[in-house]
Write a protein that binds this ligand. Structure first.
Ligand SMILES: [Zn+2]
Length: 71
């Protein structure tokens, strides 16, 4: 493994730990950035903040406003 590859692997790990999970206040669905929402075209590794504004809860259809950061 080159140094560059090592650094990028560490950065990737750091990003994954920084990103917060968000909970739908209506149905309890948890948006986990590590998994994304592939069914709706959201790639794994997408932070909640980076979701499109028109993204909705895949379970109940609630808007992003209904989500709160998980404790
Ligand atoms: Zn929901």
């Amino acid at each position: 493994m080159t140094l560059l590859a090592l650094v990028s692997a560490i950065n990737q790990m750091r990003e994954e730990t920084i990103m917060d999970r968000y909970v739908c206040q209506i149905c309890g669905y948890i948006y986990d950035p590590a998994n994304g929402d592939p069914d709706n075209g959201i790639e794994p590794g997408t932070a909640f903040e980076d979701l499109p504004d028109d993204w909705t809860c895949p379970v109940c259809g609630a808007s992003k406003d209904e989500f709160e950061k998980e404790d």
